[in-house]
Design a protein around this ligand. Structure first.
Ligand code: AMP
Length: 439
């Protein structure tokens, strides 16, 4: 077991998990590039104040979940609980909006930190992938972001995505709704949970997120956001939904969806997915429109829209749904030697093949050919090349296909082409059987 274990809510990534993790990040990055999003990397820690400003004092993230500390220079620092704040801070610090055609389209990936109670799909250090469109001038940017998230999940093989969508309305609508909520909860808040009491004062909308059963009964009867939306907000939302229809993206309007972070207003959405056993990990991704964050942290008035996916949740789903992604890739070639003298030649041959982008492994211990074939099978090698006295003299090698149990003599100059062809999905096989081969 060793003396030290990973800290609560953290984990070590390797093997099949890491392979799947990397597949997810590659697919998401490639998809974002197709939509012309450019990558941005920002620091893992920022000033605590930035997160209070962006997520909001009343958000759970700020009140209960931040990893905050003072650095040696007595600065208040926090590990990022999400990435949007850092990305927008960077856009403002570097004036990225000034020399770019707006909207600016950025994507990011990396770890985020929240002091939450760990459970399946919930960690204290987890990874997010997300996009931000900065400088939105049309409802179509909202649609494009929602579409990118949806299509990315499909590309990963997650075909049964549930997209939940809602609008929080524009600022004016939200203010009127907040007032209606204040009036409604005024004489009920004393009997509600401590979290709700805090939310009543700092961000009343978040009361709708409360999971306490007794509070739920009160919340059920509260004014509905829908009744407080003005025509402009309704029209914007209608156009977004209509465009999603045209794109054949199914959705479910969920009036209770309010999102945990303060900066959203306008369209908000979540992607949900249930695993085959019906386990719901919560949202695999979420996002929305946020009009004021850039100006609140000192930049110009630019509206934005974005989403973030939780990578671990996507990996957990893929492990269930497409188990092939959750294993290490096969090895292409294992080079086996006959006799000590062939080991150096084998390494030279490996170097040549690796230079040609073929992955190769071999052993430097002098083992029998049959135990090397066993080793190659253990490493899931596709092909096995034999290097013996004749091969070193003639530069013609026996190449065995370990799954098809066939073999073929191939000269050095044809070797790369032959291997490439063997490894490509459609193989036209003319080699002989080696079932009874002996070493
Ligand atoms: P949020 O920033 O809260 O909207 O989160 C965006 C996505 O990140 C969620 O939909 C989850 O998939 C993922 N996520 C959030 N918190 C955690 C966590 N503690 N552990 C793992 N994934 C998380």
């Amino acid at each position: 077991m060793g003396k030290y274990q990973p800290q609560r809510g953290t984990y070590d990534a390797y093997g099949g998990f890491l392979n799947c993790f990397n597949i997810v990040l590659n697919v998401l990055s490639e998809m974002a590039k197709q939509y012309n999003y450019k990558e941005i990397i920002t620091p893992i820690y920022e000033s605590t104040d930035l997160f209070i400003r962006s997520s909001g004092e009343g958000s759970d993230v700020v009140r209960k979940e931040m990893f905050s500390f003072k650095d040696r220079g007595d600065r208040d620092i926090s590990l990022r609980p999400e990435m949007t704040a850092g990305v927008i801070r960077s856009v403002v610090s570097n004036k990225l909006y000034a020399n770019a055609d707006l909207p600016l389209k950025l994507f990011y990936k990396g770890p985020a930190f929240r002091y939450e109670r760990p459970s399946k799909g919930r960690y204290r250090q987890f990874n997010q992938f997300g996009v931000e469109t900065i400088g939105v001038t049309s409802y179509l940017s909202d649609v494009e972001v929602i579409c990118l998230g949806y299509r990315s999940l499909q590309e990963l093989g997650l075909l049964d995505v549930k997209l939940k969508i809602n609008t929080l309305g524009n600022q004016a609508s939200r203010e009127r709704y907040n007032q209606a909520l204040k009036d409604y909860f005024q004489d009920k808040i004393e009997s509600m949970c401590e979290d709700c009491k805090t939310r009543f004062n700092v961000n009343i909308l978040r009361i709708l997120d409360c999971k306490v059963e007794e509070d739920q009964k009160i919340i059920k009867e509260c004014p509905k956001l829908d009744d407080y939306l003005d025509d402009e907000s309704k029209e914007y939302f209608r156009k977004v939904l209509e465009m999603l229809d045209q794109l054949n993206i199914p959705y479910e309007v969920d009036n209770t969806l309010v999102r945990g972070l303060d900066y959203y207003s306008g369209v908000v959405f979540e992607y949900h997915y249930s695993s085959p056993e019906g386990v719901n990990l919560g949202a695999v991704g979420a996002g929305g429109h946020y009009p004021n964050l850039v100006s609140e942290i000192g930049g110009p008035s630019l509206e934005c829209v974005g989403f973030a996916f939780g990578i671990e949740r996507l990996v957990t789903l893929l492990e269930d749904i497409i188990p092939e992604t959750y294993k290490e890739p096969d090895l292409s070639v294992f080079i086996g030697h006959i006799g000590k003298e062939a080991i150096e030649h084998s390494l030279l041959l490996a170097d040549y093949l690796r230079e040609n982008y073929i992955d190769v492994d071999l052993t430097f211990d002098d083992k029998s050919l049959s135990s090397q074939i066993k080793l190659a099978n253990k490493k899931n090698a596709r092909l096995f090349i034999v290097v013996g006295e004749d091969e070193m003299k003639n530069y013609v090698y026996q190449v065995k296909d370990l799954s098809q149990k066939t073999q073929m003599a191939v000269s050095y100059c044809d070797l790369v082409d032959y291997i490439m062809e063997k490894l490509s999905p459609s193989i036209n096989d003319e080699s002989e059987d080696f079932e009874n081969d002996e070493d």
